[in-house]
Design a protein. Structure first.
Length: 137
């Protein structure tokens, strides 16, 4: 990356009675390996300042347009949010949770961009595509 980005990423995931806490933590760290996690009763909370690995997964799975749609659809000022399915995250894959909530619960993610601006940051982690290929912005 040529630019310096300042972002705060908050991650929360419920841990149900039928789940093993460490497996939910693994699901989160598979997608956000730099996240600092805390276990609370019935929940995992995390914070990170990088979405580099998440971006790599978006590129590998070729779901950049889907990601951009989720980010901009859930934008509020200098922040955007999205939800991921825990089972897919446990398997080191990204599957956005849309519509009906997943029965296992979701990994909720909120990203606040301080610098440079939200659009530039989204372009960095999930660039626009043309014919399925990322284009330089």
């Amino acid at each position: 990356m040529t630019e310096i980005y300042r972002v705060d990423v908050e991650i929360t995931a419920p841990v149900y009675d039928t789940e093993v806490t460490s497996r939910v933590a693994d699901a989160v760290t598979n997608v956000f390996p730099n996240a600092e996690l805390e276990e609370e009763f019935g929940e995992i909370r995390g914070e990170t300042h990088s979405l580099d690995h998440f971006s790599e997964l978006l590129h590998r799975q070729e779901i950049l347009d889907t990601a951009r749609g989720e980010f901009f659809a859930n934008r509020e000022g200098d922040s955007f949010s999205f939800a991921l399915k825990k089972q897919a995250a446990f398997e080191d894959r990204i599957n956005f949770s849309v519509g009906e909530p997943d029965e296992l619960g979701e990994i909720a993610v909120r990203v606040r961009v301080e610098e440079p601006d939200l659009e530039s940051y989204v372009d960095q982690i999930a660039p626009p595509t043309e014919d399925g290929r990322p284009v330089d912005t």
